[in-house]
Design a protein around this ligand. Structure first.
Ligand code: ADP
Ligand code: MG
Ligand code: MG
Length: 428
């Protein structure tokens, strides 16, 4: 056994994991088991550590005293990783390094926002995101970023590079770390969209028309950049959407209780009828998309908007996360999240007239949809949006929000509860 392996296997998980993930989901069980390491710099490694359930945790490590600990901002592991990627794409053992862009950067600072993984800001210009748990591959981000980079897409922080790792010769690679440009002062849409809606309520609809238009253009340009992955849906795809819609409704009915359950049960037939896409949609265009698109995935810094987080939908199996989907899925996700931002605003500002919040939310959604359609039309691809899929996917999303609230975050239940009526109204 090497000294590195010995030191890892004697370390406690607490010294290996990021402090903000010291409890909650996906905690390792049993003792740390060393699997692999990429040398970053003298005394600095990017290791892959497994738990007793065979889950893999990528861990940047730094030598400290007679042992090791997780590298944090200031230890130079993130800087060293950016330096390695600057030397270009290559394979190093089971690690695969992709380098698209490099800048000389020095200085590391932690990112202090709510996050799933752990990100470190490099010299105020780049961000290294260390994956918390490397789940089964393939991961969608490498392919999406490659296509966006090739298309010269400017609506995402510029990708600098990434690291993947293969658990065995035949297994799909897992995403271990990624590096992108840093957008100083950026906030995500759960902040900016809610704030714009609040301003629209007092200052008028222009406060949401402009951002709605920018969002629509952004999402359309994103889809157009992914056109090389285009393929038509077949009958099996349509059957899968139909099955998923019913499964998501069934699951929501199973896990909800009380008022939420009663509301869902009351509308179950309408939801089932409207969430299941018609079989005639075989042939509709599909392409690699975001898969988990909502306002929280769009950063705004000053006047610029950037879509981030190409991890795909965490609730769908890995093979599906890397396959084409109807663009309507992302459109529905974004439109529905704008609705949800309106409900968040109403919750936090009960003094605002609810009718006015609802109208401004409607203006925001319509501006988004109109700009999305217009941008596709301008590129002579209006066919990419299958309108008949938008409501089914919105309803499916609301079912998933009921499930999420019931299983993870009860205080979120007011959102699906408030969102459902619009989508089931007019039914007899
Ligand atoms: P995670 O998957 O770990 O949650 P995200 O990619 O969603 O990570 O980023 C988490 C947060 O970090 C974002 O909501 C945003 O506030 C900030 N952030 C992420 N990327 C950037 C960037 N390129 N520039 C500025 N801030 C960023
Ligand atoms: Mg994420
Ligand atoms: Mg995110």
């Amino acid at each position: 056994t090497t000294p590195l392996r010995r030191a890892v296997e004697q370390a406690s998980w607490a010294s290996l994991l990021p402090p903000h993930r010291a409890d909650g989901d996906d905690q390792p069980i049993g003792a740390p088991l060393y699997l692999d390491a990429l040398d970053l710099a003298p005394g600095r490694w990017l290791t892959i550590i497994a738990d007793a359930a065979d889950r893999t945790y990528p861990v940047p490590l730094v030598a400290a005293g007679s042992g090791l600990r997780r590298a944090r901002a200031g230890d130079g592991a993130a800087e060293a990783l950016a330096g390695l990627l600057a030397a270009g794409s290559r394979e190093v053992g089971a690690f695969s390094l992709t380098g698209w862009h490099a800048e000389p950067v020095t200085g590391e600072a932690p990112i202090d926002v709510d996050q799933t993984n752990e990100s470190v800001v490099l010299g105020g210009r780049g961000v290294v995101k260390w994956t918390f748990q490397a789940t089964e591959g393939p991961h969608p981000a490498p392919a999406i970023l490659e296509l966006l980079e090739r298309a010269g897409f400017t609506g995402t922080p510029r990708p600098w590079g990434l690291v993947q790792w293969r658990p065995s010769r035949t297994a799909a690679p897992r995403l271990i770390a990624s590096v992108t440009a840093y957008l100083p002062g950026a906030v995500d849409g759960w902040t900016w969209a809610v704030e714009d809606l609040r301003r629209a309520c007092t200052e008028g609809p222009d406060a949401v028309r402009a951002p709605g238009r920018r969002l629509g253009e952004l999402v359309a340009r994103f889809h157009l950049a992914l056109l090389p992955t285009h393929r038509p849906a077949d009958l099996a795809d349509v059957a899968r959407w139909q099955g998923e819609a019913l499964a998501d409704l069934r699951r929501a009915l199973e896990v909800t209780t009380g008022a939420e359950h009663a509301q869902l049960a009351r509308h179950r037939d309408v939801i089932a009828a409207r969430a299941v896409p018609p079989s005639e949609l075989a042939g509709t265009p599909m392409l690699l998309g975001h898969g988990d698109l909502h306002v929280g995935q769009v950063l705004r810094a000053g006047e610029s908007y950037a879509v981030i987080d190409f991890d795909g939908n965490p609730v769908v199996p890995p093979a599906q996360r890397t396959s084409a989907q109807p663009p309507a899925l992302d459109v529905a996700g974004m439109a529905q999240s704008i609705r949800h931002a309106g409900l968040v605003l109403r919750k936090h500002h009960p003094e605002l007239d609810p009718g006015r919040v609802e109208r401004m939310t409607g203006v925001f959604v319509e501006a988004f949809l109109a700009a999305y359609r217009a941008t596709l039309a301008g590129a002579r691809r209006p066919d990419l949006l299958e309108e008949a899929l938008v409501r089914p996917f919105r309803l499916r999303q609301v079912c998933r929000e009921f499930t999420y609230a019931a299983t993870h975050l009860p205080r979120w239940a007011y959102v699906p509860t408030g969102a459902l009526p619009e989508l089931v109204k007019g039914a007899r």
